[in-house]
Design a protein around this ligand. Structure first.
Ligand code: ADP
Ligand code: MG
Length: 332
């Protein structure tokens, strides 16, 4: 439905979007997830034809957004980061204006506006000036504008920014309702939001796509190895010696804490449970463990790892601050 190929956007020497490639299939809620400055708005502005790309192309239902903008734009409704609202128009006037711009015929116009007003629940404020509305209502008016004409694809840039918790819940419900008839793409810098609303996540960092999958698969793919974390007074080379012949270990990473205590993250091979073996190995060496706990990888870890590393897009590499040591029982 949407195909983004090799998209690049440069501002001077700064690359805001760095060779993005992805496809959007119908009937899902997609989430662009990334920290501020990652390039989400730039990408959405290019996809919707508001901004030209430096390189690459965007096809909307087979139409190039630059070469056939009218054909392409017919399929999309867009709520930009700063909704293009006119403060001195009433809600109804503004929606009439938006409907006209979208080429909705006169006969259909009033009926459709009423339908959309009901959908986003702004009927009670339709005679009020937009300038006098709360942020939550303004956001819904912006949303109404995006939904008008019932385009197949609705693109929402940070739809819940600046809303209070109750309004956020309402907007999420609205997005879910929209997704029954439309393909929805939204952006957010908040993981919890994307995880809750979206069926498919594209994680963007420094203009690059660093991971894309369903929330479940992202967690599974990146979190299939459990990590056993230990603290001990043994130093890194002693730890390596103690664990040398312990089977089931994929990788050992160590970190000195500065108080004569070393912390080690021991990654298990898939399907192994090494806790007892690690405990016994340290006990046999008379090097007491101060702590031992296991942790799986959460989507939170994945997001932090993918977006904080400077080594993008070597996305699945270990945490850089850890020193990595080998283990003879493994294949490191
Ligand atoms: P996001 O929406 O993910 O927060 P943006 O797409 O707004 O990110 O910005 C991506 C990068 O491009 C940022 O580093 C931002 O400072 C830069 N940028 C965005 N718009 C402009 C512009 N008009 N001129 C120069 N740099 C820009
Ligand atoms: Mg943005």
């Amino acid at each position: 439905m949407i195909e983004v190929r090799n998209l690049v956007k440069k501002y001077g020497t700064h690359t805001a979007v760095d060779h993005l490639d992805f496809k959007i299939e119908p009937g899902r809620i997609y989430g662009f997830l990334g920290p501020n400055g990652a390039g989400k708005s730039t990408t959405m502005n290019i996809m919707t034809g508001y901004l030209g790309a430096t390189e690459g192309e965007v096809l909307i239902a087979g139409h190039d957004i630059l070469k056939e903008p009218e054909e392409a734009k017919r399929h999309i409704g867009y709520l930009p980061e700063q909704p293009p609202l006119y403060m001195d128009m009433t809600v109804r006037e503004y929606l009439r204006f938006a409907a006209e711009l979208k080429g909705i015929t006169r006969e259909k116009r009033e009926g459709e506006i009423t339908e959309v007003e009901k959908m986003v629940r702004i009927q009670e404020v339709e005679r009020r000036l937009i300038g006098n509305l709360s942020k939550g209502y303004r956001q819904r008016v912006g949303l109404a504008q995006a939904v008008l004409g019932f385009p197949e694809i609705i693109i929402l840039d940070e739809p819940s920014v600046g809303l209070d918790p109750k309004q956020i819940i309402e907007i999420r419900e609205l997005i879910r309702r929209l997704s029954k008839r439309h393909t929805v793409i939204l952006s957010s810098h908040i993981l919890a939001e994307v995880r809750e609303v979206c069926d498919y996540i594209l994680i963007i960092s420094k203009g690059r796509l660093v991971a894309s999958d369903t929330p479940e698969n992202l967690e599974k793919k990146l979190g299939e190895h459990n990590v056993v974390e230990i603290e001990t007074q043994a130093d890194p080379s002693e730890i390596r010696l103690i664990l040398k012949h312990v089977p089931g270990i994929e990788r050992i990473e160590t970190q000195a804490t500065g108080e004569g205590v070393t912390r080690a993250a021991i990654t298990e091979k898939k399907g192994e449970d090494i806790r007892e073996r690690v405990f016994m190995a340290f006990a046999a060496s008379k090097a007491p463990l101060l702590t031992l706990k296991t942790s799986g990888t959460t989507l939170e870890d994945v997001f932090m790892e993918l977006t904080q590393s400077d080594k993008v897009p070597d996305a699945f590499a270990g945490k850089t601050k850890w020193e990595e040591v080998g283990n003879d029982a493994g294949n490191l």
